[in-house]
Design a protein around this ligand. Sequence first.
Ligand code: ZN
Length: 45
Amino acid sequence: MYVCSNKKCKKEIAKLDTKFTRCPSCGCRILYKQRQPIAKEVSTN
Ligand SMILES: [Zn+2]
């Protein structure tokens, strides 16, 4: 998941085209990676 860096846009982009890495909404090329909250079971012994 990526988020547009444009403060007025902030569109969430699930998939990125490798050739055209830009926001489909505003055309901004700077996108932030957003960590998805993944529930993982980790066993630490
Ligand atoms: Zn945007």
